[in-house]
Design a protein. Structure first.
Length: 1158
């Protein structure tokens, strides 16, 4: 990789031009990136909804939900199905494996349902909806202040909606909440009898008229014309005028023979025909005023922020034409997205500034600092260009990834510039110094960057929503890291060549230059403070390691104190309040109760807007919850959202007779935060009994909120049980009686007509349907023998059934919903699991955890496996780098020690451990190993190049790498500090826990890298060294893994090619090794005890020429002196060395020495 630096230095102008172009492309790409809340993803789910008016949950389940659920089981890729049957509605959710082609699956499902269409009731028309995030509105607006709802709806549909749909990126714009119209035909029984027709004649007349029929072609005068028969119905009068066909036969007068045809009657003669509003089933208000809602969705490639801004601009223009309509935004993703992006951007800039200040403090050079800091914006701009190329958007995860990367992308440049600064001194050739400096660290920074990048490879195999969400995050970090490596090896050397000034050269007392990389080079104050500590730990290795292990075990034992969650709270300024008054409450009573809630919400400080939807309107009806009142509360975005939620709960707690009220804030990614318990059994009775047992066990458990289950809500209904024998005697069947009751009690649909460009449904309704059970029992039924009452052939009694019926895979289930009372999901899950373990369930029933607990468990398991895979991949990379199986294991010890800091900081800050935190741990695994690689690489180089013992190399290498390790760690820590503190506001539900984990892990891992790792390295490698000596290796000290060991290692001969020809070798505890003037490691022979280091009985000493010079040709005499000894003092030992005439081994006189082969 160092060849990149050589090539860059040879083409400096070209590198500068490429850098400028890359920056411009990155800036342009930034302006073109889509802005979204989260990455675009398609959820592998399809929803089937089927409306069955007037049907009870039991009927809906038997006639609609069960046939559909069974029919779709054969669709390829289907993972599971869940069906919910409630009054009038069936809701079937089909989950598929992630990665399934949902467009194809939707077609297959449609075909499967079409095959059973004949088995479904005529009134049922199943609809399939793809569950995609793009299907959810990006902005919802309420129109209020109008006097006539019908006129307002027409204006919205004809003026506002077309303008919105023309906005670039808009998928759809729909109007809901306004009163729709219908045509109602109410037959008059007496008139029907007079005309001699039945109600069926009206239906036949509607079906047989108002249609267009093709009639072929006619050619006349060279012109071909098509023939069309029929005339469409265009008004209510057209319907009234439709003739009825009577079953009466023409009458012939027996006296005159005159034929009298039956009188022709029209619909108007036998029924009342009116155009009227549909029955009110829902109510919508905004801040107390009646409202009509406009929901806008975007296309998959649409920009959420741009769509929102375009909609608001269109509404501003529409206000000029619709002066009596006031528009209120009740939900808008854009402000939160913009605020989150701005927050992360500000935190990123603050982090950049902090990182630069840290570098400046260490380097004490503005030029060097600026050269280093330039890698941050350059790497980020390159990342923007790559994000656009990959089709990624600018969202909370990708921007969070870039912000997290700011502290890390500067690391490679720090190592490079710090090494250049030490090499580039006065008198040195600038180009040679830079090339040498880059060459020494190129292998190490490449390996360290790769270890940071490869940890994200396992994310590819993480499934479910976590994988879909965090793959763009992982890719963005990877791009930024690879860009930083490229910058450090190309742009940084060029900028150093142009802008850096040479430092002060280090010289000996005699003026000879000192290699700054040499172990005996003068130490900085920081190194002088560090070396005694490290020396003590190296001499007390077992004590140091034991203390570190105790700290690590103690910290792990504190892990249960951590809170946990799944994805956390987004912090959006929205609350949702649901009000349940029970299934039997009328719309009017629900409205009255909802008004009281509205008043209470309006009195809470921080609440800006309150929208309420009551009844079965809107999307809630799809989920069987549409009969409740739902309040969408927009709050002050600058206020404390948790405090507002508490105030709202307190205000609603004071309301009496307001039903069950539940307040929820926006969960992570809009997902539910409730724990669910799924109960299965062989029979409905067993399921109900098991549910009751579990409810008792869960009641009163700590950490749990208000517990509910779907069997609690019982819906009363009137059961008409036909006496089949009595019905048969009257000439009736059960089906005939059911059809009669159905047509009597509710209008029957008889087709549609187009009037005034509006499609209106035509209903045939009973003039006076029974309003009470007594009236229903007295319902008259015509038979061949006369009129009887319904009570004569059936019993009519009030009964109850569950408000909804749930099945999973066709089997009946019950669902218990358990909201956690605190933000500690693990504590709540543990409490629920304990209740499940303690519950004595009926035989044949079982209960399983689901909901957010299941999501969390699945995500934690997959990310845990991803971490293990990341560690294995890092190990493989380091084995390839160090060409050793043992040393990479030493480096991996930093991973568990990094966990200690992460755990402690999570506990101290109280931030729950969630998916974002585990992504931080995954990222931390790669980061903490990088400093260890840089340190161990230099230690290995010292052992290879300078033939130092393990102890000496560890002490010297650790001291030399002290500054860059502290610089990179502190730069990363300070860069992440603004994000960890969340000092700028929103947008931190992903980045804040991630930053806290990385900061805590870096603090502990840095300590481990500087203290524990050298101790462990010295212990393991020193033992190997001593074993080699005992085996009588002789020769040189064993190199770590051969002469080519490590990413920056060079052949030992290359290290001294330019040194004096000198020199003697001296014995050491590990054998003999070459010594050179300036430094040697000597044995105790002839030396004072005070001169000996306690480690191995050896001391670092200086080798100097003996005075006077020897008279014998071919010999040289050197004195071995104690470091710091005054001139003229007695040497520790004097050595005479026989110099060879040719390259070979010298012959020492005493003590035995060996000269290195050149």
């Amino acid at each position: 990789m160092s060849k990149l630096a050589v090539l860059s230095l040879k083409n400096r102008a070209l590198i500068a031009l490429i850098t400028i172009c890359a920056a411009i492309v990155g800036g342009v790409s930034l302006t073109n990136l889509k802005q979204e809340l989260i990455p675009t993803m398609e959820l592998p789910a399809l929803i089937v909804t089927a409306s069955y008016p007037g049907a009870s949950p039991d009927v809906v389940e038997e006639d609609v939900a069960t046939p559909i659920e069974e029919a779709i089981q054969a669709v390829p890729g289907l993972e599971s199905t869940t069906a919910t049957s409630s009054s009038n509605m069936a809701f079937i959710q089909a989950m598929f494996d992630y990665g399934t082609d949902m467009a194809t699956s939707e077609q297959k499902m449609q075909q499967a349902i079409s095959r059973i269409d004949s088995q479904l009731p005529d009134a049922v028309d199943p609809q399939i909806v793809a569950l995609s995030l793009d299907e959810f509105p990006v902005i919802q607006v309420a129109a209020s202040g109008f006097e006539d709802p019908a006129t307002a709806q027409d204006d919205l549909e004809n003026i506002v909606i077309p303008e919105i749909e023309d906005i670039d990126g808009v998928g759809s714009a729909t109007v809901t909440g306004a009163a729709s119209e219908r045509i109602t035909i109410t037959p008059v029984p007496e008139n029907l009898q007079t005309a001699g027709v039945t109600q069926q004649a009206i239906s036949d007349a509607l079906q047989q008229n108002g249609n267009l029929f093709p009639g072929g072609e006619v050619t006349e005068d060279g012109e071909t014309l098509t023939v069309q028969t029929g005339l469409k119905l265009t008004s209510v009068d057209d319907i009234r005028a439709l003739p009825l066909v009577s079953n009466a036969e023409p009458q012939v007068d027996p006296n005159t023979g005159e034929v009298t045809t039956p009188e022709t009657y029209t619909i108007a003669d036998v029924a009342n025909v009116e155009r009227e509003d549909d029955p009110t089933t829902s109510i919508s208000r905004v801040d107390g005023q009646d409202a009509i809602s406009i929901s806008v969705t975007k296309l998959p490639d649409g920009n959420t922020v741009a769509v929102s801004e375009g909609v608001i601009a269109a509404l501003d223009e529409a206000n000029e034409q619709l002066s009596d309509v006031e528009f209120t935004v009740v939900f808008d993703q854009a402000p939160f997205i913009v605020d989150s992006i701005e927050t992360l951007a500000v935190e990123g800039v603050l982090g950049l500034v902090f990182a630069v200040l840290v570098i400046l403090v260490f380097l004490l050079s503005i030029r060097s600092t600026l050269v280093t800091a330039i890698s941050i914006p350059t790497s980020i701009l390159i990342s923007f260009a790559s994000m656009q190329a990959f089709g990624y958007s600018l969202n909370m995860l990708t921007l969070g990834a870039l912000t997290i990367s700011i502290g890390r992308v500067v690391d490679d440049s720090i190592v490079v510039i710090e090494n250049i600064k030490r090499h580039y001194v006065a008198g040195a050739d600038k180009g040679d110094a830079i090339r040498l400096a880059v060459r020494e660290v190129a292998g190490a920074i490449t390996a360290s960057t790769l270890t940071t990048v490869v940890v994200f490879l396992p994310i590819v195999f993480v499934g479910d929503m976590v994988g879909e969400l965090f793959r763009p995050f992982a890719m963005t970090v990877t791009i930024a890291m690879l860009a930083s490596l490229l910058v450090s090896l190309t742009i940084v050397p060029v900028l150093a060549y142009w802008f850096m000034r040479p430092g002060k050269a280090l010289v000996t007392d005699s003026g000879e230059p000192i290699d700054p990389e040499h172990p005996d080079a003068p130490k900085t104050r920081l190194q002088k403070a560090y070396q005694p500590i490290l020396s003590w730990t190296l001499r007390h290795s077992w004590s140091t390691l034991a203390l570190a292990v105790v700290v690590m075990i103690g910290t792990v034992m504190l892990a249960p104190m951590m809170k946990t969650n799944f994805l956390g709270d987004t912090g959006q300024n929205t609350l949702t309040v649901t009000q349940d008054l029970g299934e039997t409450a009328s719309l009017e009573s629900k409205d009255e109760a909802a008004q009281r809630v509205e008043e209470s919400l309006g009195d809470v400080d921080g609440v800006d807007t309150v929208q309420v939807t009551i009844g079965s309107g809107g999307m809630m009806s799809m989920f069987g919850g549409g009969d409740n009142a739902t309040f969408s509360v927009m709050t002050d975005p600058d206020a404390d959202q948790e405090q507002i939620k508490s105030d709202v709960e307190a205000a609603l707690a004071d309301l009496d007779d307001a039903g069950d009220l539940m307040v929820q804030s926006a969960a992570g990614m809009g997902m539910s935060t409730d724990i669910s318990v799924e109960v299965e059994g062989a029979s409905d009775a067993d399921i109900r009994e098991a549910t009751d047992v579990l409810m008792e066990e869960l009641d009163g458990r700590d950490g749990l909120g208000d517990i509910t289950n779907n069997l609690e809500a019982a819906m009363p209904f009137i059961a008409v049980d036909v006496d089949r024998g009595a019905a048969a005697e009257a000439g009736l069947s059960e089906a005939a009686i059911g059809s009669l009751v159905n047509s009597t009690m509710q209008p029957s649909e008889a087709g549609t007509v187009e009037i005034d460009e509006s499609s209106l449904t035509v209903y045939i309704a009973n003039e006076d349907p029974p309003a009470t059970i007594s009236e229903l029992r007295a319902l008259e039924i015509p038979t061949a023998t006369g009129v009887i009452e319904l009570r004569d052939v059936a019993t009519v009694e009030e009964n109850t059934s569950p408000a909804s019926i749930t099945t999973a895979g066709g089997l009946r289930t019950a669902t218990i919903t358990v909201p956690p009372a605190t933000d500690d999901l693990m504590a709540a899950t543990t409490a629920v699991q304990a209740a499940l373990d303690d519950a004595d369930l009926p035989e044949g029933t079982r209960a399983t955890l689901g909901g957010v607990s299941e999501d969390q468990a699945s995500a934690f398991e997959q990310l845990g496996l991803a971490m293990l895979a990341a560690i294995l991949i890092i190990y493989i990379v380091m084995v390839a780098t160090f060409k050793s199986l043992r040393q990479p294991l030493l480096l991996l010890v930093s991973v568990p020690f990094a966990a200690t800091g992460a755990i402690l900081l999570q506990i101290v800050t109280g931030v729950p451990l969630g998916v974002a935190s585990l992504i931080g741990v995954l990222m931390l695994i790669g980061i903490v190993v990088t400093n260890a690689i840089v340190l161990v690489d230099l230690v290995n180089q010292y052992r290879d190049r300078h033939r130092l013992s393990t102890y000496e190399a560890t002490l010297a290498g650790s001291s030399m790498r002290l500054r860059p390790i502290l610089m990179t760690a502190l730069a990363t820590i300070f860069a992440l500090t603004p994000m960890a503190l969340g000092i700028t506001g929103h947008g931190g539900f992903i980045s804040q826990p991630l930053a806290i984990v990385v900061i805590g892990g870096l603090v502990s891992s840095t300590f481990m890298t500087l203290i524990v790792l050298p101790t462990l390295y010295n212990l393991v490698e020193g033992a190997k060294e001593r074993r080699a000596k005992r085996r009588g290796d002789g020769g040189s000290t064993p190199s770590p893994d051969g002469p080519d060991h490590g990413p920056g290692a060079t052949d030992a001969r290359d290290a001294t090619d330019d040194e004096p020809s000198v020199t003697a070798g001296v014995a050491s505890p590990s054998g003999t090794r070459p010594a050179r003037t300036g430094s040697a490691n000597v044995v105790a022979t002839g030396a004072e005890p005070s001169a000996h280091d306690r480690h191995g009985g050896s001391a670092v000493a200086r080798v100097v020429p003996h005075e006077p010079a020897p008279a014998t040709a071919g010999q040289t005499v050197v004195d071995v002196r104690q470091p710091g000894a005054p001139e003229g003092s007695a040497p520790l030992v004097t050595v005479t060395v026989q110099l060879p005439d040719e390259r070979g081994t010298s012959v020492p006189t005493a003590p035995p020495l060996r000269r290195r082969r050149d």
